[in-house]
Design a protein around this ligand. Sequence first.
Ligand SMILES: Cc1ncc(COP(=O)(O)O)c(C=O)c1O
Length: 443
Amino acid sequence: MTADRYPAGHVFYRRLGRAYPRIVRGEGCWLIDADGKRYLDAAGGAFVANLGHTNPDIATALERQARQFGYVSATAFTHEPVEALAAELVATLPGDLDKLYFLSSGSEAVEAALKLARQYWVERGLPAKHRIIALAPSYHGNTLLALSASAREHYQAPFREWLVDVHRIAAPYPYRCPCRGEDSRCAVCGGAALEAAIHELGAEHVAAFTGASTPRPDYFRRIREICDRHQVLFIADEILVGAGRTGTWWAIEPYGAVPDLMTIGKGIAAGYAPMSAVAAPRRIVDVIARGSGDFLHAQTFSHHAVACAAGLAAVRHLKQHHLVERCAALAPLFARRLSALTELPHVGDVRGRGLLAGVEFVEDKATRAPFARAARFAETFVDAAQAAGLVVWPNVGHADGENGDLAMLAPPFIISEPEIDELVTRFRQALEATLGTVPVAAR
Ligand SMILES: Cc1ncc(COP(=O)(O)O)c(C=O)c1O
């Protein structure tokens, strides 16, 4: 087997004890490594490769832009790819979100959105508004402000002294909430927990509320009302769920609520270039335009021409080939095929929307008790899936911040029906292999 492993070579990898197969080419939804092994990419890597790995339109756009020019500083110049990409995206965005600030990673976009919210209040003459309220469980990125907003104890622990104090409220989580997401009077599922938190902190101190989850249909309308009542900016983090993944351009669309700021990333350039953005309305950006005149978040690679050219080609491809509609159309079949997994041992819940799904593993299906973290169930499963030629994404800490294992699926929008069947077959094989290796004591 040709695999790279630390400390051979000159790269140090995220996971230092693991061997990394070397990918040499893609083929639609598939990746092929140096040994010729084929992997069905059922997660788009990390919710990114929404158009598969060999999109010719994006390849052509990247080459064309690189031949024209590669880089100009966004402090000095603008260019066609950024102007056109912003216009294409604004046509899909909800409400008055019609200004875009482009960056590279999701963490940067979250960082920038929170800083924009803070600078807005400072320049509006309300500098005491600095507190952030965020949901738990949630993940918003790994830079320090985004990490502060993330409910990820194990990522935060070594950096605790460097993080800011973000107030956390429970996220609506039907599988684990006693009301099962069915009671609009439930403080968590109905949104009242946000109002209680604002009262506790004092509305005069609260700058922004941020979160992402799959709540009750009335949840975001209530969040919108509460934020309006207390002058709190509502930031929707659509980095993972946006760009068509759930069968609508933006996951918040069916909820009929418009956030004040939105962060987008991952799938917007389909992974052919790192690309993220903050979407904002004029009423927010104008305050800074009329005040200091400078948004205090300069980054060398913001509004990058080649990245924007990839994003433009990706968004146009999605539109021309009606792939968001395809994602919605495939959703019932995808859900039906995945629902068969609930019969398997330790599969507690299968949920999702569009071509995004989460499979929650539990120690005990009747009580919904999670595996102990020490079992590293999600990670073991993902490794077993990779061995079975299937790429899935692990998520942990869902039950209580520490325990709770999830395998997430987010195949490219071009996935075929036979490939969905193949996905399910390989998923079963991976679960069988995992149950053979997770120590019995930990189960
Ligand atoms: C909802 C959400 N926000 C922010 C981020 C951070 O994005 P990135 O890893 O590109 O910095 C992620 C990454 O998984 C995410 O899922």
